[in-house]
Design a binder for this molecule. Structure first.
Ligand SMILES: Nc1ncnc2c1ncn2[C@@H]1O[C@H](COP(=O)(O)OP(=O)(O)OP(=O)(O)O)[C@@H](O)[C@H]1O
Ligand SMILES: [Mg+2]
Ligand SMILES: [Zn+2]
Length: 510
């Protein structure tokens, strides 16, 4: 006797359909075997499932059950197959086997008493179920909101195995879950740029960085608002499209620790890992590879505060993912890719004591100490940061009496307009979405300069001893500044502003 149901397994942030087949043979001795590359959690499910079925008042037939999860070469992880397996076993326990409708996909973890517990990655499961032509998805109630983000598939939330059973055999008729309406992103934003007093130049650099998707480095003495400002960057980035929000939600959902009730991750993520973070924590990894901070920051901001405190090695490994905008994690059963298209924002003090170059306070560091401190920052990582800006101390009066600055919403409008220009410009250029992503071979086409500007840039390059890499970065940033000004050409003043965002080349690296 064979019963078949559909479920799905997570592979990175995506799900793949899995056939759950339970074959039952009458024998004197009872046994239960799970085949098809199950991990420990899946193997252990046999006991949970049996107990849940019995406690629900359904029967587990005597004899031998073989549970096959296909495709066999796909590693199955976690407890999300409990529910479909239990349903199939319960069906084998009926005198007359009830054929289950094929339109269902089912996931859920079971407690021993038959209650259904939430699982990870439901949004990805819903996307896969729909792609496979299933029209109904049974998920734990707590995962309903998240699953219902996917349109075109009916979502049914269940709290117990019994409910799922009755739903499947048609004894329980329920309406599919309806998605809650969500507030606007502005309701969600907690921190607003208007709270930052003064620092007009820094805010301008922030706007340029957000507009072009440029990575940003802030240098300044303690307490000048670097961390405060960084936290507010997501609030000036344009609202995520639904597709982007779903991509981001997928990653957060499969990482666990996700607030299932809020469902869609609509606010751009802001991730600020501590400098003691491991490489696996930052990039992703583990035996059941989870996404790292860099992927959790997908479509948002990865903030590395106190940059020199991070291990150099850790910063080095971040380079490639930032460039590729995805991380590949290899493991025994093939590799997994997680996207990580995020803005890198880093902050640091100019020296160990923090006051090097400060006009009011003396730096207490020796040249040797300063040298060592700076060497801790990875040069190749710095090379991937387009904009460097100083965040100076501000006057106390400005802090106290200063007017509230412009709101995030108002800055965001300009950023969004500049992004729109870029989207149009790069519509035929594959992966390129923003000026920060212009490949070298398209630089001439999109970042052309007037003869006057070329002359100026040549002089600056020579005088300030900029590298060839710095040259390209200056061009990309000036393209963004021109876009913010709605100017089709890069004018000399755009270029001059971009050159200013190279303070670190002069001050620290020179
Ligand atoms: N420009 C500002 N406007 C309003 N408040 C500010 C400003 N700058 C600093 N503050 C206040 O000072 C606090 C400290 O700022 P913050 O932690 O962002 O400084 P920091 O530059 O990150 O310092 P550190 O280098 O020590 O990490 C903020 O929480 C905020 O209350
Ligand atoms: Mg700080
Ligand atoms: Zn110092």
């Amino acid at each position: 006797m064979l019963v078949r149901l559909f479920s799905a397994a997570l592979q990175g942030a995506d799900a793949i359909e899995v056939d759950v087949e339970v074959n039952h043979v009458n024998r004197d001795k009872s046994s239960m075997q799970i085949v098809g590359l199950p991990d420990a959690a899946v193997r252990e499910s046999a006991q949970r499932v049996t107990s849940a079925v019995v406690n629900t008042g359904l029967l587990v037939a005597m004899g031998q059950h073989t549970i096959n999860l296909a495709p066999a070469d796909l590693r199955k992880e976690g407890p999300s197959f409990d529910l479909p397996v239990a349903l199939a076993i319960a069906s084998c326990g009926m005198e007359v086997v009830i054929p289950f409708p094929e339109r269902y996909c089912i996931v859920g973890e079971l407690a021993l008493d038959g209650r259904v517990r939430p699982v990870k990655g439901v949004i990805s499961v819903a996307l896969e179920a729909m792609a496979q032509g299933r029209t109904r998805l049974i998920v734990p109630s707590a995962n309903c909101e998240e699953a219902s983000l996917v349109e075109g598939i009916e979502i049914y939330g269940v709290d117990t195995l019994e409910q799922a059973w009755k739903l499947l055999i048609g004894e329980l008729v329920a309406a599919p879950h309806t998605r809650r309406e969500h507030g606007t992103v502005d309701d969600l934003m907690k921190a607003d740029l208007s709270e930052v007093r003064g620092q007009h130049q820094v805010k301008r650099a922030l706007e340029v960085a957000a507009a072009g998707g440029h990575n940003l480095l802030m240098v300044g003495p303690p307490g000048t608002g670097k961390s405060m400002i960084a936290k507010r960057i997501p609030s000036i980035l344009p609202e995520m499209s639904l597709a982007e929000a779903i991509e981001t939600t997928k990653i957060h959902s499969c990482a666990g620790g996700f607030d299932h009730s809020s469902s869609l991750q609509r606010e751009r993520p802001f991730r600020a890992p501590h400098h003691t973070i491991s490489d696996a924590g930052l990039l992703g990894g583990g035996s059941n590879p989870l996404p790292g901070e860099v992927s959790l920051a997908h479509h948002g901001v990865l903030f590395l505060d106190e940059l020199p405190e991070f291990r150099r090695q850790t910063l080095e490994v971040l380079r490639q993912p930032l460039e590729d905008r995805s991380v590949s994690i290899s493991r025994a059963a093939g590799s997994i890719r997680y996207p990580c298209n995020c803005m890198l924002v880093a902050a640091l003090n100019p020296c160990p004591c923090g006051y090097y170059g400060d006009l009011k306070r003396m730096c207490r560091c020796s040249p040797n100490q300063i040298e060592k401190y700076r060497q801790r920052i990875s040069g190749p990582l710095l090379d991937r940061i387009d904009i460097h800006i100083e965040v100076p101390a501000i006057e106390f009066s400005e802090l106290r009496d200063g007017e509230r600055g412009e709101s995030s919403a108002s800055v965001r409008q300009r950023v969004a307009a500049a992004r729109q220009v870029q989207q149009q410009r790069y519509s035929g250029c594959g992966e390129v979405r923003s000026n920060s992503m212009i490949p070298n071979k398209l630089m001439d086409q999109h970042c052309a300069l007037s003869p006057e500007s070329v002359e100026y840039l040549e002089m600056v390059m020579h005088e300030l001893n900029f590298s060839a890499r710095a040259y390209n970065r200056i061009l990309k940033v000036s393209r963004t500044i021109a876009d913010l000004a709605a100017s089709p050409n890069i004018e000399l003043n755009h270029l001059m502003e971009a050159v200013q965002y190279r303070t670190l080349d002069r001050k620290m690296m020179g």
